[in-house]
Design a protein around this ligand. Sequence first.
Ligand code: ZN
Length: 254
Amino acid sequence: MTPNATQNSTNPLRVTVWNENRHEQTHPEVQKIYPDGIHNVIAKYLREQGSTVRTATFDEPEHGLTEEVLDQTDVLTWWGHMLHNDVQDQVVDRVQKYVLNGMGLIVLHSGHESKIFKRLMGTTCDLRWREAAETERLWVSDPGHPIVEGIGDYIELAEEEMYGEPFYIPTPDALVFISWFKGGEVFRSGCCYHRGRGKIFYFRPGHETYPTYYNPQVMRVIANGVQWAAPTTGATLSPERHRKVPLETIPAKK
Ligand code: ZN
């Protein structure tokens, strides 16, 4: 990961799209919607938007998230569900280190319960849920935020899984979407955080049995999130941590 704030044709953002990729292999209904995996649908869209995209999945050595891969990643997107607890702690430590050093992280849907998200939030990230193929309406709650650029008043998804409050997360630095569900619940569905030099965006929709990642507005938000979370150069700090010698002379105690 190196600073690369703006995406353009000569210097595209480097995105790694990570997917657990298990439902797609074990659940025929999911396979039907995402025959090449959720990761390839997301990767295709981001490539079309001009990013340099690679994919990584759970079954690869070190889950495909080696130092070498993360060194070449400006923003990592994360979709997981069944295998959260099987993700190696060493890989979680590594991703955390890269985020704190400036790599962007986009956490999708059931990634709320991933080790990496819980680690970075410091809370349980627990919530209420229901699978009833109900309508979700994601209301824009921060219209000036770059993540909602190009979106109207709301995004409506005809069928989604419900996630409801209370969502046990720290209060977001910015809350860009609030969802309403047909069954009556509401949910903070677009949450932005800063951790160290890194930016994190949690985006709720994306249950595996619905074609949510083919929705152009959902994908626009993910692409906007990638742009927002891209590393910036920031300050160049001295490596010195123990400031033994003060900048000004401090009078000796009498
Ligand atoms: Zn789900």
